[in-house]
Ligand binder design. Structure first.
Ligand code: F6P
Length: 350
């Protein structure tokens, strides 16, 4: 009997999603499986919206950003009493032997619960530009986002230098500083502020002042949207929490640029790169990485090894228990921060 397999892409999109579907689909169709794509993440299973995926769907697909299936942050555990039974009914209606969930913390967290609590035969593929999933070295989409931010900061150099300004660039990543750190280091930002280390504006400004005294006309400050800012010992960042009990992010760059200008009289501007970081085509690395993860997930399905996720460990594509991936958030490690100590706050000066 050929297998019937469902696939969904959930959460914020990430460059490489289409390549992952492509890697999964090509391998499964070669094994004569039937592949059904559910639309808009878990919502497609809750509302039973799907379409059949054929080889023709995969031609050129890996080149494009976004996701052909559509995505949403919806999740059956938003209202488990009603929505979990709907997911199970959709699985039965389509006679699914397996379901592949491609997503980050929220999407895979739901997949893990459905596997453990309802014995749903799931396999996971990790994606997020934030790179904050545990149990995998990297998530696809991350390096494409880093590339966007690095190029933006490279380009900002000329206007910053022309006008003798500080440019403060806000990067995505929620509560993890991966994008900010990698792009900030790659672009030689004069200061990098990440959630993993408290950012004290006095230190930032005194380092920037020293830099200016040494002859610098301009500077770039890379700041993570989740950075926690302090001034005179008081926290300037939002203390409001979202529905998951996490501090709300955003607004850090605007606050910092105003403070730099007020404290140093050094003209400052801010730029929020926002969804550009998720937009556009995946870089070649992410296409190949996602393709390989998709193919690995297909293998797990065909071997009926459920409750696992395809992952990268020490550069190899392996499989790990889904639970390990969602158990903890992966943030910048102390070793990482120490390695690039000169770049992170307190940093900046020559
Ligand atoms: O998790 C990916 C991410 O892009 C975060 O970096 C960012 O904070 C968030 O999603 C933005 O979410 P939305 O697309 O819902 O605005």
């Amino acid at each position: 009997m050929t297998m019937r397999v469902g696939v969904l892409t959930g959460g914020g999109d990430a460059p490489g999603l289409n390549a992952a579907v492509c890697g999964l689909g090509r391998r499964l169709l070669t094994a004569n499986a039937t592949l059904i794509g559910f639309e808009d993440g878990w919502r497609g299973l809750i509302e039973d919206r799907s379409r059949s995926l054929q080889n023709a769907n995969f031609q050129h697909l890996l080149v494009y950003g976004g996701t052909l299936l559509g995505s949403s942050g919806d999740n059956p555990y938003r209202d488990p009493g009603t929505m979990v039974p709907k997911v199970l009914a959709t699985m039965r209606n389509h006679r699914l032997d397996a379901l592949v969930a491609i997503g980050g913390e929220g999407t895979l967290g739901a997949a893990d619960r459905l596997f453990r609590e309802q014995q749903v035969p799931v396999v996971g593929i990790p994606k997020t530009i934030d790179n904050d999933l545990d149990a995998t070295d990297f998530t696809f989409g991350f390096f494409s986002a880093v590339e966007v931010v690095t190029r933006a900061m490279d380009d900002l150099r000329s206007t910053a230098e022309s006008h003798g300004r500080v440019m403060v660039v806000e990067c995505m990543g929620r509560h993890a500083g991966w994008i900010t750190a990698y792009a900030g280091v790659a672009a030689g930002a004069e200061a990098i502020l990440v959630p993993e280390r408290e950012a004290h504006l006095e230190e930032l400004c005194s380092n920037l002042a020293r830099l200016r005294q040494s002859g610098a006309r301009s500077a770039i400050v890379a700041v993570a949207e989740g950075a926690r800012l302090f001034e005179n010992g008081a926290c300037l960042s939002s203390m409001e929490k979202d529905e998951f009990g996490e501090y709300k992010t955003g607004g850090a760059a605007a606050t910092i640029s105003k403070r730099i200008q007020a404290r140093l009289g050094w003209e400052a501007r801010h730029l929020v790169l926002g969804h550009l970081q998720r937009a556009g085509r995946p870089i070649a690395f992410d296409r190949i990485f996602a393709l390989r993860l998709g193919a690995r997930a297909a293998r797990l399905v065909l071997e009926r090894r459920f409750g696992f996720m395809a992952a990268m460990r020490a550069g190899e594509i392996v499989d790990v228990p889904l639970q390990a991936a969602v158990a903890a958030r992966k943030t910048l490690t102390k070793e990482f921060l120490d390695r690039y100590e000169n770049f992170f706050l307190p940093i900046g000066g020559p």
